[in-house]
Ligand binder design. Structure first.
Ligand SMILES: [Zn+2]
Length: 468
């Protein structure tokens, strides 16, 4: 019997994973606010969640994964003050807010595909679910957990006894609330906003009708509303970056559990920061790199993926190009081994019936399984993999083990062809051109790709590519 042991932020301990429904996992992961490119710190979190999902699927679980897209401009900070991110971006780029959101949403999914991150079963846009949020806010008011004041609605934190369970540390709590601006409409400084009608932002462009006036929802209510709608009253796993613990996830729990009257998510998992020169990488600090920045320096997405999985998701990853160079060299070495294992002679070896029977193989498989089952220890997996590849096992056995591991690590080791980010972009652009019947543009892009030896084939399932 294979059972995962995950570090549960809520309980501050390792918990055995027992799904609510046999063989099925409901997984909610907080998605991006689409007002800028995702930086590699954001992408590290999505990669940890991808390894989690791949690991669960590897051991036979059927995962239903929901990821939200925050296309309502929530505020500059995690708190209830600051400027609206999307409005700022639209002003800067002289575009409409919805255009900005769509553009960066597309870019976000391109990054995910480029990093070989499995896409969610449901991607849920905040702007498509405003009614759900209004219903949830109304229910919270009716039950006495929220109040309206001059068009704004606030969650009354004093009504929720377990409010600090996820944070769990008094020092952090003080730090969280000391930073909050005074909002005179709040009855208690700790209360947080569910709906803004009385907006501090006269130029707010995205507004909806609500019982409390024309306005827009707070950020936290978005995740509670969509997670409850798509995944039901009890959630197996909720994930995000550790920066979400203090405010966003704490508030999500308060909202959801006040309505449900029971513990909402069984396991809360959080990925640690990616730092650069010991500072957290953040758009607000303008110290971030995107995947494209890495490509400009001669790196592929796979190199960055390898760097991320070489460090445990709950450890800080201090990013440097030096470290990325190391990851590149290890990845390329692994890739060349995979290629040599995959060579033509292999067919002959395939005929040898080998069912992982030797003790050495059993030992390695056990080590690899234990590594992933014990809180997704990917660095340990990689170490064991190197040992496997150096061992006296035959090529066939090594290849089978490497292929099995790659299902979880997602390094794409047995697909020898890779596209650059700009080639991937051209293919997508061409697909869009075809949908919009811009045949000339589509043709032009096909020719450009051909010059780069990338050939396309349009099939019923979509466009396939190959490099020759
Ligand atoms: Zn969220």
């Amino acid at each position: 019997m294979f059972q995962f042991l995950f570090y549960n932020t809520l309980k501050k301990e390792y918990n055995w994973f027992n799904p609510i429904r046999l063989g099925k996992v409901s997984l909610y992961t907080c998605g991006p606010t689409v007002y800028n490119y995702a930086h590699i710190g954001n992408l590290r979190t999505y990669m940890f969640e991808d390894v989690l999902k791949r690991g669960l699927e590897f051991f036979g679980y059927q995962v239903c994964h929901v990821l939200n897209i925050t296309d309502v401009g929530h505020l500059e900070s995690n708190h209830d003050f600051g400027d609206d991110k999307l409005v700022l971006a639209a002003k800067k780029e002289k575009r409409k807010v919805f255009e900005v959101a769509t553009y960066y949403e597309n870019k976000f999914f391109e990054d995910l595909r480029s990093l070989n991150i499995l896409l969610p079963n449901i991607k849920s846009k905040a702007t498509d679910h405003i009614n759900l949020m209004i219903e949830l806010i109304s229910a919270l008011i009716r039950a006495g957990y929220a109040y309206e004041n001059s068009g704004n609605v606030y969650f009354r934190v004093s009504t929720f006894k377990r409010y600090f369970d996820l944070i769990g540390n008094q020092f952090d709590i003080d730090k969280a609330f000391n930073r909050i601006d005074i909002d005179t409409l709040k009855k208690d400084n700790r209360d947080f906003v569910l709906w803004f009608s009385n907006s501090k932002y006269p130029n707010q462009l995205m507004k909806w009708k609500s019982p409390w006036g024309i306005g827009f929802p707070g950020w936290h209510i978005e995740c509670s509303a969509m997670a409850l709608f798509y995944l039901g009253r009890k959630l197996d796993i909720h994930c995000g970056g550790i920066d979400h613990i203090m405010v966003h996830h704490t508030n999500e729990i308060a909202q959801s559990e006040s309505i449900l009257q029971h513990q909402w998510a069984n396991i809360w998992m959080h990925g640690d920061f990616l730092t650069h020169e010991n500072n957290k990488m953040a758009k607000s600090m303008n110290n971030f790199f995107t995947l494209k920045d890495l490509e400009k320096e001669g790196f592929k997405s796979e190199h960055f993926r390898f760097l991320c999985i070489s460090v445990h998701y709950r450890h800080r990853l201090n990013f440097s190009f030096q470290a990325l160079l190391g990851a590149k060299s290890s990845y390329e070495k692994l890739l060349s081994i995979a290629k040599s294992l995959n060579s033509n002679n292999d067919k002959k070896i395939d005929l040898v019936k080998n069912s992982f029977s030797s003790n050495m193989i059993k030992m390695y498989l056990k080590q690899l399984q234990n590594a992933i089952l014990f809180d997704l220890d990917t660095p340990k997996m990689i170490n064991v993999l190197w040992e496997v590849l150096k061992s006296s096992l035959c090529r066939y056995e090594k290849k089978r083990i490497l292929k099995l591991c790659d299902k979880i690590l997602g390094l794409n080791l047995f697909n020898e062809q890779f596209l650059t980010l700009s080639q991937k972009e051209k293919i997508e652009k061409r697909q869009n051109a075809r949908i919009e019947k811009k045949w000339e543009l589509a043709d032009e892009l096909r020719k450009e790709l051909q010059k780069e030896r990338v050939f396309l084939r349009d099939t019923v399932q979509g466009t396939q590519w190959y490099i020759n």
